[in-house]
Design a protein. Structure first.
Length: 319
């Protein structure tokens, strides 16, 4: 293989730049030409790609987002769209791809491989919801952002004796809520994987006041329900002064943490090495402190569960 390309696709996450940088520099170290595709699969269809070298990826390791841009492309979901994309790659002589993105982007890459383009995927999403890897690129930074907000909200909740609800990202998965909630000392953590009733939450909050707690932090994953609605119910049923903060997209941005930069760099190096060995249809994951190859069908079809031990511990520590 003499020429590869790198693409970021779907939702952006901190650490994508560190991954692109590593892809480019490992490729250059192996005398491989490397191209950057702009704006995800939309750019692949529009033939929006540019050759990169070590200098083009300088000064990006510390930046959130992705300097290549990312996008969602409906056209890519059609066979005609993907054929256009493949024709553009082939016209440039690009034989292999490193695809950085979430499960949607990795699903798209698998379909591209069916048309003759080899690829190795990297799990890039703040949600940590991809099977086959302990952590996804971006998760650690997002959790630290959420934790920073929880710490600040705790100060004001404590000063006023309030119930503070903090809604964090996670439509289908509670990893951010569980991890930030545990680290932030939340009294209650609500995640989509664990059903709950608002009656129980209200009862729990009143009991904790009776036990001497002066204020409460409740972390709510967006997929568990609306924190705003729940806040209204709590306020009406318990009479406790309640405030709600919805963190939203702030969790997607910011300088990647040490962990995310290292993860991105390690996974990207392995991805390029594997691609150069002719491997395809895999994602590089990180398990037990090692890079591992994960069959792409497993990565995109198996559901990654939350860690039940973490959930149990958060419950014990919230007493
Ligand atoms: P993420 O990669 O963060 O999960 P999306 O699910 O939005 O984000 O996927 C990003 C892009 O990947 C989509 O806009 C589309 O171009 C492509 N994609 C997603 N799912 C499929 C699919 N089933 N078939 C083909 N392409 C897909």
């Amino acid at each position: 293989m003499k020429k590869i390309a790198v693409i970021t696709s779907g939702g952006d996450c901190p650490g994508m730049n560190a991954a692109i940088r590593a892809v480019v520099r490992v490729a250059m170290a192996n005398q491989i030409e490397v191209w950057g595709i702009k704006n995800g699969y939309a750019g692949m269809i529009a033939n929006d790609m540019t050759q990169l070298d070590s200098r083009s990826v300088g000064d990006i390791i510390h930046k959130g987002g992705t300097f290549l841009g990312t996008a969602r492309s409906e056209e890519f979901k059609t066979l005609t769209g993907r054929q256009k994309a493949v024709a553009n790659l082939q016209a440039h002589g690009i034989e292999g791809l490193v695809v950085i993105g979430g499960d949607g982007s990795l699903t798209g890459a698998k379909l591209l491989a069916e048309l003759g383009i080899k690829f190795v995927g990297l799990p890039g999403t703040i949600d940590n919801d991809i099977w086959g890897t302990d952590y996804t690129i971006g998760f650690d930074t997002a959790v630290n952002t959420a934790l920073d907000a929880i710490n600040k909200l705790r100060d004001t909740a404590s000063a006023h004796g309030r119930v503070m609800l903090v809604e964090v990202m996670g439509r289908a998965c509670g990893w951010i809520a569980l991890t930030a909630g545990l680290a932030g000392g939340a009294e209650i953590i609500l995640i989509p994987e664990q059903p709950f009733s608002s009656e129980n939450i209200c009862r729990q909050l009143l009991e904790s006041r009776a036990k001497g707690k002066q204020y409460s932090i409740v972390v709510v994953a967006e997929g568990a329900g609306s924190a705003i609605d729940l806040g209204k119910v709590i306020s009406a049923k318990t009479g406790l002064e309640t405030r709600v903060s919805v963190l939203g997209h702030i969790q997607r941005g910011g300088a990647p943490t040490v962990s995310d930069r290292l993860l991105a760099s390690r996974l990207a190096e392995r991805a390029v090495r594997d691609l150069l060995q002719g491997k395809s249809d895999i994602m590089i994951g990180y398990r037990n402190n090692q890079c591992v190859e994960v069959p792409i069908t497993d990565a995109i079809s198996k559901k990654k569960d939350i860690d039940p031990e973490l959930y149990r511990l958060s419950d014990v520590l919230s007493q």
